[in-house]
Design a protein around this ligand. Structure first.
Ligand code: GAR
Length: 203
């Protein structure tokens, strides 16, 4: 019997509806996918994506930051404990709206990806679509990058641009960018994991 193909064990971290998370789960279900989603973790118990992941048979966890008061380090230590328990190899932030401390960033250096709804380095942080409209930009988009210590900072792994229309509002632009996110993130994560698997075979 041939050995089953190895797949990279990915945890997806969310804070909200988790539409990018769902796109990653869909991609992991496709034949030949180089990764599997072994855990969806949220810092908010009310995150809609938790139920979606649970319905897909994926382990879910809540590590509520509120339970830790202002102690970011203790919260991240608790997150790390759950990631360890699931033997996670790569972390994909997907609308995880927490600023990370150097503890998690360093622990996952080179193995933690984030998606952001702008063409970085433009518009890190919040309200990206309103800022792109206010600046009169002709295009907007999304970026997937490795996580570094700054806000929405780190080496870019992929970007996708969409046009800005004359009658766009932040909401209509967000919708167009989100559709691009759902195509970009699975593709970039798959490439990243394929490279990782190829690298581990070479060693
Ligand atoms: C996405 O647009 C993602 O790019 C953004 O939050 C949204 C989450 O939506 N992330 C950031 O702004 C990170 N700085 P989702 O929960 O439906 O995937």
């Amino acid at each position: 019997m041939p050995e089953p193909r190895a797949r990279v064990r990915v945890a997806v971290l969310i804070s909200g509806s988790g539409s990018n998370m769902a796109a990653l789960i869909d991609a992991a279900d496709r034949p030949g996918a180089p990764f599997e989603v072994v855990l969806v973790l949220s810092n908010k118990a009310e995150a809609g994506g938790l139920a979606v992941a649970g319905a897909r048979g994926i382990a879910t966890a809540v590590v509520a930051h509120k339970a830790f008061g202002g102690d970011r380090a203790a919260h991240e230590q608790a997150v790390q404990t759950v990631l360890d328990a699931h033997a996670v190899q790569v972390v994909a932030l997907a609308g995880y709206m927490r600023l990370l401390t150097p503890f998690l960033v360093r622990r996952w250096a080179g193995r933690m990806l984030n998606i952001h709804p702008s063409l970085l380095p433009k518009y890190p942080g919040l309200d990206t679509h309103a800022r792109a409209l206010a600046a009169g930009d002709a295009e907007a988009g999304c970026s997937v990058h490795l996580v570094a210590e700054g806000i929405d900072d780190g080496p870019l792994l992929g970007q996708s641009a969409v046009p800005i229309m004359a009658d766009d509002t932040p909401a209509s632009l967000a919708q167009r960018v989100l559709a691009a996110e759902h195509r970009l993130y699975p593709a970039v994560l798959a490439d990243f994991c394929r490279d990782r698997l190829a690298g581990s075979q070479a060693r």
